[in-house]
Design a protein around this ligand. Structure first.
Ligand code: ZN
Length: 661
């Protein structure tokens, strides 16, 4: 539950918007009230404009902002009178609403306001809060919803039948407020959508929101014998049974095929989700619809059960054909891809898909909440979502689909596993692939590998790659977190101290071969089934060395082991071409911004040759310095379209070396 109002904390937020920001964050920090950008808040202020005129302004959340982290720049100021005039119109198109809202903005450069701006304007109160609280949805998403809501709230709230958000909802609310608002009213219940609270101060609106939620909870608690199950514990991605990873990868390959793009698919192992997926009545209980219509873009209307993807896609096409006719011809949008975003499988449990790791995570969070809601509504009476036509109307509303418009980067939906990820070329590859939208699983023996990236697209695992069991476990975790492995960058390697053959002992030779050659062979073998399932074809980038074509004295173990690795890669290219897997090798040289090279070492080497450190760094045909980021860029290129028709290649990245050329 939300933390509660703290006057000292509230006072720490200065300015006219201060308390508005504080209570918005309080609401946003409670996942039972809002999730992932849901909900919105506003405040009405009187300000003097450039011409000395007093004007009444509505500061309302900008579209797409998250209440939990909102700041003053997350609110946009609109001239209230203009917004109210617009709300009062009987019939108006989205195009006109959007244009008029832009015209009422006091700063035309600010992002557009939330689609609920008109609803905020329609209410006379200074502070307005809107959430999608689970407790209230547990009453509204039932067969006898209106009875439950009226019994639970009485005169405290005005009940608003479901209509699509935006102008239609604001227009209806304005009429109901005019007819029904009285001294006891502290909010609105928006059927199958959420609720609104209001007040003269931020604190009053916020505390009324909590009170409205508590009223729903008390109502249900008085009618059900046992309290609702406790909130699920934090997720762990460690306890997947062996073999689940490859099953998930097959599912992902099929979903991506139907979607026409690589999707990220993650397995959700929160407590309770597997039990839910295994319910004997899952075919009915899961197919009613989403908790609120605005989940639909991320979860689709209903989950897929088991693995009948063609059946799901056919049903989605039928849903589109059945409902598109009810939308005016000029507003009809083409069908979205028919792949499910939520899958309930008796073995895998809950799995969620998205165009990238974040969308898959959002779908998981939303669907777990839907499960909680289904259980809560069942404990009262039974779960019943809105009819499919209403869900469709929101899913195929241009204002809603605008959330999907952001262009996806090159490797969105794809996953790369990178060894030696904690430093040098490996770390540069982590950064480069994340920047291009890939999900990245980084392996390294160094512990800080786990903290290289933040957010849902990075999984860092401490792993000794010469330990085959540890490698297998890491691959399984990667597969369960992202749905497979599309790309592999073999960057882990040892660069032993210089030793001439006359002094080279066998143990150190074997150790170097273990890491530089044998460990990579094991990883290739373990990753092969996943690479073969990659939607865009599997891709392997092998970080070898200039020492393969041009070995150096004192580097027998290093040069020979990298040569062995290169031969393994060439054979893999021969053997795996039929599986659509490309294997290419790069030979970097003199990459000085890695752990091996310090400024002192470079200065000492330069002095040996009687040149400056800068000359030493750039002693190649092009006279240029090769950085680990340059090598990472080449690794990305080798996984991209430029190398789509190339396998078994060896590409130097060394500024030009006359022994190699
Ligand atoms: Zn809403």
């Amino acid at each position: 539950m939300s933390a509660g109002w703290d006057a000292a904390q509230a006072a720490a937020f200065p300015g006219e918007l201060g308390e508005r920001i504080y209570s918005s964050r309080l609401l946003g920090s409670d996942p039972t009230l809002v999730l992932h950008g849901g909900g919105n808040t506003s405040v009405k202020l009187r300000q003097t404009d450039l011409f000395g005129q007093q004007q009444e302004l509505l500061y309302v959340k900008c579209s797409g902002r998250d209440l939990a982290t909102i700041d003053a720049d997350g609110f946009t100021g609109l001239r209230l009178a203009g917004v109210r005039r617009l709300t009062a119109l009987d019939q108006v198109t989205d195009e006109v609403v959007n244009r008029e809202l832009r015209l009422t903005a006091i700063d035309p450069d600010l992002p557009p306001p939330s689609v609920e701006a008109l609803l905020h304007a329609a209410l006379p109160h200074r502070y307005v809060d809107h959430t999608h609280a689970l407790a209230t949805l547990a009453l509204t998403n039932t067969p006898s919803a209106e009875r439950h809501v009226r019994d639970a709230y009485g005169a405290s709230a005005i009940v608003v039948p479901y209509v699509r958000p935006g102008h239609a909802l604001a227009h209806l609310c304005a009429k109901l407020i005019e007819a029904e608002l009285n001294a006891q009213t502290i909010g609105l219940i928006l059927m199958n959508h959420g609720l609104v609270s209001f007040g003269d101060s931020a604190r009053e609106a916020y505390e009324r929101m909590l009170e409205l939620v508590a009223m729903a909870e008390r109502y249900r608690a008085a009618r059900v014998p046992a309290p609702h199950a406790p909130a699920p514990a934090a997720p762990t991605l460690t306890d997947g049974k062996p073999g689940l990873g490859i099953k998930l990868a097959r599912l992902r390959a099929a979903l991506s095929g139907v979607a026409g793009r690589p999707l990220t698919v993650r397995r959700d192992d929160h407590p309770g989700t597997l039990e839910f997926a295994r319910r004997p009545d899952i075919a009915t209980v899961s197919q009613s619809g989403p908790a609120t219509p605005d989940h639909v873009l991320w979860t689709k209307r209903v989950p897929m059960l088991g693995s009948d993807i063609d059946g799901y896609a056919a049903a989605y096409r039928a849903y589109y054909e059945d409902n598109i006719g009810s939308i005016p011809a000029a507003d009809r949008l083409p069908m979205l891809d028919p792949a499910p975003r939520v899958v309930l499988d008796p073995e895998l449990g809950l799995c969620t898909a998205g165009r990238n790791a974040r969308e898959a995570l959002v779908a998981g969070d939303l669907y777990r909440q839907t499960i909680d809601l289904i259980l809560a509504a069942e404990s009262l009476e039974g779960y019943q979502a809105l009819p499919a036509a209403d869900i469709f109307a929101l899913e195929y509303w241009a204002s809603e689909q605008a959330k999907l418009q952001r262009p996806q980067p090159e490797f969105a939906g794809a996953t790369v596993l990178i060894t030696g990820a904690a430093s040098g070329i490996g770390a540069a590859c982590v950064e480069a692939f994340l920047a291009r939208g890939a999900s990245v699983c980084g392996l390294d023996i160094a512990e800080h590998v786990s903290s290289l990236g933040s957010g849902s697209a990075y999984l860092g695992l401490v792993c000794d790659v010469t330990d085959e069991d540890a490698l297998a476990a890491a691959i399984e975790r990667c597969a369960l977190a992202f749905g497979g492995i599309d790309m592999l960058v073999l960057s882990a390697g040892a660069f032993p101290a210089s030793a001439r053959i006359a002094e080279l002992d066998l143990q150190s030779l074997k150790r170097t071969f273990d890491l530089n050659a044998a460990a990579n062979l094991a990883l290739l073998r373990l990753a092969h089934p996943f690479l073969a399932l990659a939607p865009g074809g599997g891709r392997v980038v092998v970080v070898a060395s200039k020492n393969v074509p041009a070995p150096g004295p004192g580097a027998a173990a290093y040069s020979a082991s990298k040569a062995a690795l290169t031969q393994i890669a060439r054979v893999a290219a021969l053997e795996w071409g039929g599986d659509g897997i490309r294997v290419n090798v790069m030979h970097p040289n003199a990459v000085f911004d890695t752990g091996i090279w310090t400024e002192e070492v470079i200065a000492a080497r330069a002095a040996q040759y009687g040149i400056t450190p800068v000359q030493y760094r750039t002693s190649n045909l092009l006279g240029t310095e090769v950085a680990s980021a340059d090598v990472a860029d080449l690794a990305c290129a080798m996984c991209g379209p430029a190398f789509a028709k190339t396998t078994g290649a060896q590409v130097p990245i060394d500024g030009g070396n006359e022994r190699v050329v």
